[in-house]
Design a protein around this ligand. Structure first.
Ligand SMILES: [Zn+2]
Length: 323
């Protein structure tokens, strides 16, 4: 935050002595506008003009605690610790900030809004409490700070660039028509206003408008589908167990044999290097050991897969069996 002290802009001495207000008395943060568009909306000339104007009204000098210009620079007026002269009845509890815009003139720049927000955050830090965000019209009957600035205050003074213009709902508007008006994606608008129920928007509700072209929120990622369980046909496995062993080399007659071999290897019955899809003699021996481990003996443990032993292996190692 670029804050220029009174000394920094060579403020004239107070005409009088504004009361000192402890930070503990501050409750509210009031935003004001200039009224009509200021002829000088940035630089020390702005705060000097306000100071002259307020002295002309018989006040001690600039009545706002701070003046924010369109370049986003902050000029110290009453500062953090002096009673302001900006909103009768609220000059002790409220910190008043002028934004250099007026009716029919340019909108507050992103730099200006950012500076106001910085001031607000700093005020909360110094007071140790979340000050109420208010427009002048919340304290007294006045147009100040204008509809646009007031809507921004009501929306929680969102930082520009954080996706955050605002829109005050007009009669008969819907989320869809508002999204069309601002050229933003309907889903992005919904995402920017999570507390808004679409069937319950009313005139004067303030919506946050995401940046045009802001991507819609991504739908939740689909749950990863678990890899398909391998399927082993008992009949084809038995066929492999009968025809593979006599063959030369290690031809693969039924590739899911590898699934069974992998299970046998994990069971500690087959050397990992022999997991090759070829149902050779080593695989037959390993399978026979699996059968014995299940309690089978004799011809029931001959290394030729049977339904019960294969299902037991499938259950333990996560594959599916078919006939
Ligand atoms: Zn005001």
């Amino acid at each position: 935050m670029d804050l220029i002290s009174r000394a920094g802009w060579q403020a004239p001495a107070w005409a009088g002595s504004p009361a000192v207000v402890p930070l503990s008395s501050r409750r509210d943060f009031f935003v004001h506008w200039y009224g009509s568009p200021p002829s000088i909306d940035r630089g020390p000339g702005l705060v000097r003009a306000v100071d002259r104007m307020h002295r002309g009204q018989g006040w001690a000098g600039v009545g706002y605690n701070f003046v924010v210009d369109q370049d986003g620079r902050v000029w110290e007026g009453r500062g953090w610790n002096r009673q302001g002269a900006h909103c009768p009845g609220h000059n002790v509890s409220g910190i008043g900030v002028l934004v250099a815009v007026g009716k029919g003139g340019p909108s507050a720049t992103p730099e200006a809004l950012t500076a106001v927000r910085d001031l607000y955050d700093e005020a909360c830090r110094r007071t140790g409490r979340a000050l109420d965000m208010r427009g002048h019209r919340d304290g007294i009957a006045t147009e100040c700070p204008g509809g646009e600035l007031y809507a921004w205050v009501r929306a929680g003074m969102p930082r520009p660039g954080g996706g955050a213009a605002t829109h005050t709902v007009e009669p008969d508007q819907t989320m869809w028509s508002i999204s069309q008006q601002h050229g933003v994606d309907l889903d992005a608008l919904r995402a920017a206003n999570p507390k808004v129920r679409e069937d319950r928007i009313f005139p004067d509700d303030v919506l946050t408008i995401p940046k045009a072209g802001a991507p819609a929120p991504k739908p939740p990622a689909p749950k990863p589908t678990p890899p398909a369980r391998p399927v082993v046909s008992l009949a084809r496995l038995v066929q492999a167990a009968r025809v593979d062993p006599p063959k030369r080399g290690t031809p693969v007659s039924y590739s899911p044999t590898r699934v069974v071999e992998d299970a046998l290897a994990k069971e500690g019955l087959l050397t990992r290097s022999l997991v090759d899809g070829h149902f050779g003699t080593a695989t037959v021996s390993a399978y026979a050991a699996w059968q014995r481990r299940l309690g089978y003996r004799g011809r029931d443990a001959d290394g030729i897969p049977g339904r019960a032993s294969l299902n037991a292996l499938a259950k333990k190692y996560g594959f599916t069996t078919t006939n």
